[in-house]
Design a protein around this ligand. Sequence first.
Ligand code: PLP
Length: 380
Amino acid sequence: MDSNLLHIPFVDLSWQNEPLLADIDKGMRDVMARGDFILGKEVREFEADFAQACGVKYGIGVGSGTDAIALGLRACGIMEGDEIIVPANTFIATVIGVILAGAKPVLADCDINTALMDLELAQKVVTEKTKAIIPVHLYGQMVSPQKLKEFAQNNNLIIFEDSAQAHLAQREGKIAGSVGLASGFSFYPSKNLGAFGNGGMVVTDNQEIAQKLRSLRNYGAPKKYYHQNFGTNSRLNTLQGVVLKVKLPYLRKWNNWRNQAGAKYNQLLKPLAEYGITPIKNVVGEGHIYHLYVINVKPSSFYDRNLIQDKLNEVGIQTGIHYPIPCHLQPAYGYLGYQKGDFPNAESLCDNILSLPMYPGITDEQLQMVSDKIKEIVKS
Ligand SMILES: *Cc1c(COP(=O)(O)O)cnc(C)c1O
């Protein structure tokens, strides 16, 4: 290693995994001895534990967060041709889930300060065909449950939450996953609760939806070799169930660590407001679980987001961009008919945001080094 570099990674999972490896190893050996590799004992236990942690009755483990959205929407009764409102600045999997469910994604712009979907702008794209809205609790901060419920009631829509970045996030006393008719989670390794591979879950309070999902994920078969629905193969495997079940009891502590690191960054970076650098606004307080810590860099003639990213990289500080291209400008979705300029806030964020190192285990010293370096870059 070059000792002049700071070596601050964007995400470091070893800190959380290391102390749990003995328990995970034991659990995996049990699975290998039993042989129930797919939807086995620990999957059923983790489904119950995770649903309870979200404050809902049922959890249905699936193969990925993308499938959680696609199958979850179908289980909620979404049909071919239905329109579903999604934010323009989400990870593309939200859009893919809608299309896989047979529906049409209709995009809405976000609030430039919070990066969350703006419900006043969403109101403008509601048509007779709109059946659902997918709030994305982006970066770990929930969209207001109260405003969502009002919006859904006024327009007679289903709420399906994309909670892939919001495991146990809270707002207005509600936990992510307990606001909508159903909600999709991802357990991709770098999410706040991550497996050792792909995984996802739908949570819901609705028994019929839960039943339908158990069928859809398993070839559409509510019982073996009887195919009631057109289904697929998207099941959580038991080795991932072991990892997730061992990790879940630590999630609150890890989320608190992130929240405190976020608060510390906010404080350290405050003096940069006069240089046009502001964090994405936390309007939620402690319920924000900072899946990502994102700053917005107003470009000047001396620096912009890309320059800051390059300079940080040069000294060994890894960063990310979530996301560099908004959904409506991705080549694969050109057929939806959107153009540059349609969602100015999402477009501006894509050009100017930067995600700083954030993970449970990040130290005050590291946060200080990251902010000192940014200050040095913009002041030089
Ligand atoms: C990660 C993510 C997904 C997709 O989850 P996968 O498990 O990767 O399929 C969906 N939506 C959002 C907002 C995500 O961050």
